[in-house]
Design a protein around this ligand. Sequence first.
Ligand code: CTP
Ligand code: MG
Length: 182
Amino acid sequence: MVFDIYTLVEALWLIIPAYAANGLTPILGLKKGLHPIDGGRKFQGEPLFGEGKTWEGLIFGTFVGGLIGLIELLAYTYLPFSISPIPLNIVPMSIILGLFLGFGAMSGDLAGSFIKRRLKIPRGRPAPVLDQEDFIAGALAFSLLLIPLEIDWVILLAVITFIIHIAANMIGYMLRIKKQPW
Ligand code: CTP
Ligand code: MG
């Protein structure tokens, strides 16, 4: 089953470092003088990635992923996974897996911006589905280098991430952390 509580727990356990990386990086946008990864370079007349993709963001997101990986690792023994009536497939979280998830999330996000610029969508303008799913695709792709994934997790995460991402960005916008509500 894709949409059950067991799949949800397993999938969230895996993806929290990526959510944190992607969700916290916009805080950097409050700072001026960050360094765009594309260094202002253009490709076919449009920015390669755009001003919103910075080295600071890539590094910070990767670090956040690793930190959350560590926190999950430390929390593991205190969590009641064993009381589940169905044995859960909880991936062994680690700093390394967290770093991969964080870096993967930021890479997917970067690839998403690359595609947006090729479609001539300016920085910060919405690209439905792509805006929500790019980081999750990147995070899952990189995690696959370390662990096997269940297809159910991928499907469930694609669905709930779309909903959570929209809700989280609305909140970020209301808190004035994000400049646009998407
Ligand atoms: N950010 C960053 N570096 C990254 C990714 C994100 O500094 N590698 C920060 C930027 O301040 C960015 C904000 O997080 O504006 C929100 O990220 P996102 O919504 O992905 O970027 P947008 O500015 O909307 O640009 P795009 O249209 O390319 O998605
Ligand atoms: Mg955006």
